[in-house]
Design a protein around this ligand. Structure first.
Ligand SMILES: [Ca+2]
Ligand SMILES: [Ca+2]
Ligand SMILES: [Ca+2]
Length: 149
């Protein structure tokens, strides 16, 4: 597992990238390409939401339409990127907006828009490669102890 991915994970961009992303990623820097579904060099809000919808289905191991902490943990473990203890639980709690102990698809994809907003430096509603790189750098600096894993 490359450090890049762990770095992305520990970052605020994790809103976009969550556990399943690591399983999907086949090399450094490919995440942007995967999110950029129409290949125009920009990751838009709807592309991020669509990508997250796909990830949701992969993480939802029992197919009941909800993600549990166990399903998210299993996905991370499968990806070989478990990270620090408690991180999944914290992320889970953030996403679980209605506090029912499970993540519905709407709760899951809501985070995608959040991630786009954070990384969208010029506010045009899409992330360019440059904005992606800047956001990743920013988070690397913010969370050096995590990216050092
Ligand atoms: Ca695009
Ligand atoms: Ca489930
Ligand atoms: Ca919930």
């Amino acid at each position: 597992m490359s450090m890049n991915f762990l770095t992305f994970f520990s970052a605020g961009l994790c809103a976009l990238l969550l556990a399943a992303t690591v399983a999907e990623a086949d090399g450094r820097g490919r995440l942007f390409e995967k999110l950029d579904l129409d290949d125009d060099g920009l990751v838009t809000h709807s592309e991020a939401v669509a990508a997250r919808g796909q990830w949701f289905e992969r993480i939802d191991a029992d197919g009941d339409g909800y993600l549990t902490v166990e399903e998210m943990t299993a996905q991370r473990r499968h990806a070989g990127a478990e990270g620090k203890a408690g991180r999944i639980e914290r992320r889970f709690a953030k996403m679980d907006q209605d506090g029912d102990g499970r993540i519905g698809q709407a709760e899951f994809t809501a985070r995608a828009g959040h991630g786009i907003e954070r990384a969208d430096g010029d506010g045009d509603g899409a992330i360019s490669r440059e904005e992606w790189r800047v956001a990743a750098d920013r988070h690397r600096r913010k969370a050096p102890e995590e990216s050092a894993q």
